[in-house]
Design a protein. Structure first.
Length: 311
């Protein structure tokens, strides 16, 4: 049974000017990293095969164990007549055929609306223009009054993003969001500026920082024994594997004189990666600094050499 699953942000896409998009969330439920392809196929069997009108940037990705990747799927039916066009999306292992996952396919229905018929021209309503101008001036005056009148900013810290944005906008402010890594619940507000309770003009922008999970950092294991590097990767919740050029895989045979040392890391040390991501190391056996070069006993302990000469 496959461990690759997929959910879509919407099963139907109504195209505007022939264009639209959706988000596909693909999850690797196995205990090992998986090379996953998200492919688009005709939703109906026709001869010749129908177009999919689909573009998927970077369709082949390596997804870590238990991780989820977001694919943005775009559609462009330029030139197509009004109607509905089914497209089949399948997330499958790069080592298997997409047909093996056909029972997990998601069919997306693309809808191209019919063009609106042009309306006949109507006489220009001068009287309504004058009335509308007077009303517009009155409305603008009221809007300016409320915009420039100070009001207290609501405190939305710890609230979910959608709820926080609605509270801010309902209070007469604009909301701008940015993501920040945090141990707080993902999708909640961890900070806001201006702070809750501050008095500012209505219409001002309130910046909200939204929590996203903290991503592990590749630890600095260069020059360390492979055993110490494994412990560091385990503590960072990362997976370790060896590159093709690695010359050793442990220090079991010569742990003292020529231990197995890490000489390269990919991604680089300090890189931000997803939890349980696979990081490759390159190793080689190296002479221990204790014995390279061999110590000069007479320099480190001259008294011992003097006693030997006196004997």
């Amino acid at each position: 049974m496959t461990t690759i699953t997929m959910t879509l942000s919407s099963p139907d896409v109504v195209l505007k000017d022939g264009k639209g998009s959706l988000t596909a969330s693909v999850t690797n439920g196995s205990t090992d990293p998986e090379r996953v392809v998200l492919g688009a196929f005709p939703g109906q069997v026709t001869t010749p095969p129908s177009k999919t009108y689909t573009t998927i940037p970077n369709p082949l990705r390596t997804i870590a164990a238990g991780a989820t990747e977001q694919y943005v799927v775009t559609f462009d039916t330029a030139g197509a007549s009004a109607g509905s066009y089914p497209v089949k999306l399948i997330a499958y292992s790069a080592d298997d055929a997409p047909e093996d996952y056909a029972d997990q396919a998601h069919v997306v229905m693309l809808t191209v609306p019919a063009a609106e018929a042009p309306k006949p021209p109507t006489p220009f309503p001068w009287l309504w223009v004058i009335i509308g101008g007077v009303v517009l001036l009155a409305v603008v005056g009221l809007i300016l009054f409320f915009i420039f009148k100070d009001a207290n900013v609501p405190d939305v810290k710890t609230k979910p993003q959608a709820e926080a944005v609605k509270i801010i906008e309902d209070a007469g402010f604009k909301a701008a969001t940015t993501e920040t890594e945090s141990t707080s619940t993902a999708g909640t507000v961890v900070n806001q500026n201006p702070a809750g309770g501050d008095k500012v003009g209505r219409g001002s922008t309130v910046n909200l920082e939204i929590a996203v999970p903290v991503r592990p950092t590749v630890p600095n294991v260069l020059g360390q024994r492979i055993e110490d590097a494994r412990a560091a990767f385990q503590a960072a919740k990362l997976q370790l594997d060896f590159t093709q050029g690695s010359q050793c895989f442990s220090s079991a045979f010569e742990p003292l004189f020529r231990p197995c040392i890490v000489v390269g890391v990919n991604p680089d040390v300090g890189s931000k990666v997803n939890e349980n991501a696979l990081v490759l190391v390159r190793t080689e056996p190296r002479l221990s600094p204790i014995f390279d070069p061999l110590p000069n006993i007479c320099m480190t302990n001259p008294q011992a050499c003097v006693l030997r000469l006196q004997r």
